[in-house]
Design a protein around this ligand. Structure first.
Ligand code: MEV
Length: 320
């Protein structure tokens, strides 16, 4: 029998990049934007079909080598099989995703999450979220080198998180976010694709070259993220917006924004958003903006007018 599993995209609200240096960050799942994995029985080993890219790999007959396209997909399947420890069945795994790649929305982690859950389920095993998260983090390392783990954690648990990476032998600190009032966000895509791995590596080089400046930037971001956690808890959207603006200014100083990102950030603010910032690794990808409900339409139109490729809205619901 075929099984189908999906996983959401994510957006970072506060603390990207600084989170790699063990500062706290806040992220939310984007439940309307998803990656899907469908597994069907087959008779010729294991085939992975990435329809969006027109690619098909039979990994039983032609294993994909490290560094080659499709390697992370193959590893998600193999690591799951290794983890569940059953005799692999012949199967076709079809992957479809609505999440734009290399745009800061966690498409790699969402695809990997859907694969891990679907392959386990197809073999009659249900993995705990903790176990899925461990496997997906290993796949993130293939994509990103030194990921903090915030993307996979937000996506696997599909919950807003306050996250802090810890040293390798301690579990990361993951707290589910408390939200005091329902808040509205708009996410807009510059249409420029940028690989997280390279940007994170550039930040590392810049940090090594000038630790004093970068440690100060990371610490200032940490203070903002902590204040944002309180503002979210108190339900103060206006304060959240102000803090997003401050976080964006620090990311600009870090050298990870771009003129295209800044154009969207400014357009949202001008159209009545409480605040806006880049989201994710930067140099392209998406911005996120917090908007009063009455201004949603105006902000969406303004972002489209200045050339956003896709515009999504999402709601962060008040927690009980
Ligand atoms: C990528 O979505 C967020 C970064 O902070 C990298 C990471 O946390 O692994 C830029």
């Amino acid at each position: 029998m075929a099984v189908e599993v999906s996983a959401p995209a994510k957006a970072i609200l506060f603390g990207e990049h600084a989170v790699v240096y063990r500062k706290p960050a806040i992220a939310i799942p984007l439940s309307d934007l998803r990656a899907r994995a469908v597994v069907r029985p087959a008779s010729d080993g294991i085939t992975i079909s990435a329809k969006d890219f027109g690619k098909r790999y039979n990994i039983t007959h032609s294993p994909i080598r490290e560094g080659q396209e499709g390697y992370a997909l193959q590893q998600a399947v193999l690591k799951t099989l290794e983890h569940i420890g059953v005799k692999p069945q012949d199967l076709v795994l079809e992957i479809k995703s609505d999440i734009p790649i290399a745009s800061g929305l966690g498409s790699g982690a969402a695809v990997a999450t859907a694969i891990v859950k679907a392959v386990a389920k197809f073999h009659g095993k249900e993995l705990t979220d903790d176990n899925v998260n461990k496997i997906v983090y290993e796949i993130e390392q293939i994509h990103h080198g030194t990921p903090s783990g915030i993307d996979n954690t937000t996506i696997v648990y599909e919950r807003p998180v306050y996250f802090k990476k810890r040293v390798w032998f301690l579990p990361n600190k993951t707290k589910h976010l408390k939200v005091g009032a329902t808040m509205h966000f708009v996410i807009a895509d510059t249409g420029i694709r940028a690989e997280t791995k390279g940007i994170v590596a550039d930040v590392r080089s810049a940090w090594k070259a000038d630790k004093k400046t970068f440690n100060r930037l990371f610490n200032d971001i940490k203070k903002i993220t902590k204040k944002a956690r309180k503002a979210l808890k108190n339900g103060s959207a206006e304060e959240v917006g102000k803090l997003m603006n401050e976080n964006h200014a620090l990311l600009e100083k870090m050298g990870v924004s771009s003129p295209e990102i800044n154009a969207l950030v400014q357009a949202a603010r001008k159209a009545g958003a409480y605040g806006s910032k880049m989201s994710g690794a930067g140099r392209g990808g998406n911005i996120i903006t917090i908007v009063p409900a009455r201004k949603l339409e105006a902000v969406v139109s303004a972002l489209k007018r200045v050339g956003a490729e896709h515009v999504y809205t999402t709601t962060l619901r008040k927690t009980s």
